[in-house]
Design a protein around this ligand. Structure first.
Ligand code: PAF
Length: 222
């Protein structure tokens, strides 16, 4: 069992046009690969709602803040394709970098407001990179539905705003975060945690969901 791998916009559009002739509903699941159960849950959700599911795999250089981080990002296309085939995904779109950003590429999609603060405050330009590549993936695939994890909550809001502001007719479907047994949110970057960081990381979810306790002096007056 294997999944067709498509590298160019022309091939992608040809396949989608065939599906459109048959009146099939098309979904896209954008990823940067190194697929884990979180990604696979998005693919399953997409298969439940659409007739054809395109998983995209592109390690987008524009959303990385440092060359070292980009170089260290895990690249496991062979294993990714092997995980997708048994699920029944219909296409892996893994474009060449030159296909996404040809010589002279000069456009940036930038979403004001929602891209600022939180993660955006620590990763300058990150959400411009995400917005640019996601807008391209929406327009290249022409999909009816796109699936994103709630784990990347700020990204989800950025992506919703792109579709709305640019009148791209695509429904953004948010899916719940998938966690390891010790409650750490699954992420392709988890493999880069040291043993001690890996031990501490699951506490993050617990700390974030803690309610501030009332200070001893703050009694409710009757
Ligand atoms: O969440 C990701 O993996 C990436 O930010 C995305 C949406 C695939 C864009 O490169």
């Amino acid at each position: 069992m294997s999944i067709p791998i498509v590298r160019t916009v022309a091939e992608l559009r040809k396949a989608v046009a065939e599906w459109r002739k048959q009146d099939l509903k098309v979904a896209v699941v954008p990823t940067m690969g190194a697929l884990h159960e979180g990604h696979l849950s998005l693919v399953r959700a997409a298969l439940d709602r659409a007739d054809r599911v395109i998983v995209t795999l592109f390690v987008n250089p524009k959303q990385f803040n440092s060359a070292a981080d980009l170089a260290a990002y895990p690249r496991t296309e062979h294993e990714d394709a092997a995980k997708l085939a048994p699920l029944g995904a219909h296409m892996l779109y893994a474009p060449f970098a030159s296909e996404m950003y040809p010589e002279g590429f000069a456009t940036t999609v930038s979403v004001a407001g929602v891209s600022e603060g939180l993660c955006g405050a620590y990763r300058p330009g990150h959400f411009d990179g995400v917005a640019t590549v996601v807008a391209k993936l929406f327009l290249q695939t022409g999909a009816d539905l796109a699936f994103f994890g709630e784990k990347d909550f700020q990204q989800l809001h950025v992506v919703r705003r792109i579709a709305r502001d640019l009148d791209i007719p695509i429904e953004i479907v948010a899916c719940p975060t998938v966690r390891e047994e010790d409650s750490l949110a699954m992420s392709s970057r988890n493999v880069r945690l040291s043993a001690s960081e890996r031990q501490v990381a699951p506490r993050l979810a617990a700390i974030l969901s803690m309610r501030p306790s009332a200070s001893p002096g703050a009694r409710r007056s009757t």
